[in-house]
Write a protein of this length. Structure first.
Length: 367
């Protein structure tokens, strides 16, 4: 078992673990670092909110050592979890240390970096490699070297595995989990992240576009895996590729639905013309939600064993003003400061994220 170093953490939410949950977490921790990305090529599905709050739940309440990597050039995760003074200080530098610092040495022909540019996100209890808009500048490098990787070129394979090197270094630093937040695309950056992961989670909105995104993910990721496997088999010296990278098998551990707006409640939407229209919209959302399990099975079934894994990790219901307050306080929803209605909303958030954390851990064990 890893010896976990003591370090300063954010404030615990005060929701204790029962013995069964602690045993579950300990079994996951003992099996080594888990690299998970949160991915959907559709935007606006709550990826960043889920990554930050699930990581905070694991760090603050389970005592996990969590490293979160902001792999989205939009840097929304970084702005969420760090205070304004912190990220202004970081980005005021001429060459800020960030996720860009991880990949930049490769573009200069210097190989992988020697260390990780880690910052502590105090309120959330985890460490972060901050995002950087300049990461988008490396899209062409990753795309060009991917062509080389598919043909067996070692330079291309090394470049493709740049984020696998991050995971390897995190393992050496005794992290329990490495989470990657990603932008909404099927581009070269996200390809390199996905191919470095052990697991992926798909956050989804309850809409028709999320159904199409499931189909895109299932088709595209499978092609990438086959092409990389072929490239490794064609390489001149496969022994130069770490065994862990060659053996990595990406697995799907679940999806989470995000409901940012109440549907079907007692208050009709003023923008909707009449009660009949409102009911039709509510029914459409219910129909889409009911189709998720079948779509997941059809398009992502090759990434998980349906006999062992229930892929539905949970639903994040509409929590009113808790989310924007969490953002303004740069604090997880489970520990937002506030009285009155926030007391109940905070309790609901704690129940939601505890449930998602438990089901995530259960599926990791099952895979």
């Amino acid at each position: 078992m890893h010896k976990v170093a003591k370090r300063q953490r954010g404030i615990s939410t005060g929701k204790p673990l029962d013995a069964e949950d602690k045993e579950l977490f300990d079994s996951v921790r003992e099996s080594g670092v888990k690299a998970t990305c949160f991915f959907n090529n559709k935007g606006g599905v709550g990826k960043t909110t889920l990554v930050a709050n699930l990581a905070a739940e694991l760090a603050l309440n389970f005592g996990a050592r969590v490293l979160v990597v902001d792999g989205d050039p939009q840097c929304n995760l970084t702005q969420y979890v760090l205070g304004e003074d912190e990220w202004i200080d970081i980005y005021s530098a001429n060459d800020p240390t960030s996720v860009y610092s991880v990949i930049r040495p490769l573009s200069l022909g210097k190989g992988y970096g020697t260390s990780l540019p880690i910052v502590k996100a105090g309120n959330f209890g985890f460490d972060i490699i901050v995002g950087d808009p300049r990461l988008a500048l490396q899209e062409d490098l990753l795309a060009q070297d991917w062509r080389d990787a598919k043909a067996g070129g070692m330079r291309g394979i090394r470049t493709t595995f740049v984020f696998a090197d991050v995971v390897g270094k995190a393992k050496e630093m005794n992290y329990d989990f490495v989470f990657f937040d990603m932008g909404p695309s099927l581009g070269a950056i996200n390809r390199s992240i996905l191919l470095a992961m052990d697991y992926f989670v798909v956050p989804m909105a309850i809409d028709i576009f999320s159904l199409w995104a499931i189909r895109n993910i299932g088709t595209t990721v499978g092609v990438w895996q086959r092409e990389l496997k072929t490239g490794i088999s064609l390489s001149e010296d496969p022994s130069e590729i770490p065994a862990a990278d060659q053996a990595r098998s990406l697995r799907f551990v679940g999806y989470v639905t995000q409901q940012h707006k109440e549907r079907g409640g007692s208050e009709p939407d003023p923008a909707e013309e009449n009660e009949a229209t409102r009911k039709r919209i509510v029914q459409a959302y219910q129909d889409i939600s009911q189709n998720f399990p079948a779509e997941i099975s059809a398009h992502l079934g090759k990434f998980f064993d349906a006999k062992k894994v229930d892929p539905h990790l949970g639903d994040i219901r509409h929590l009113g003003s808790l989310a924007p307050r969490s953002q303004s306080q740069h604090a997880p929803m489970i520990s937002v400061r506030g009285t009155g209605s926030y007391t109940q909303l905070r309790k609901q958030a704690r129940d939601i994220y505890r449930g998602i954390a438990i089901r995530y851990l259960e599926n990791v064990v099952a895979t």
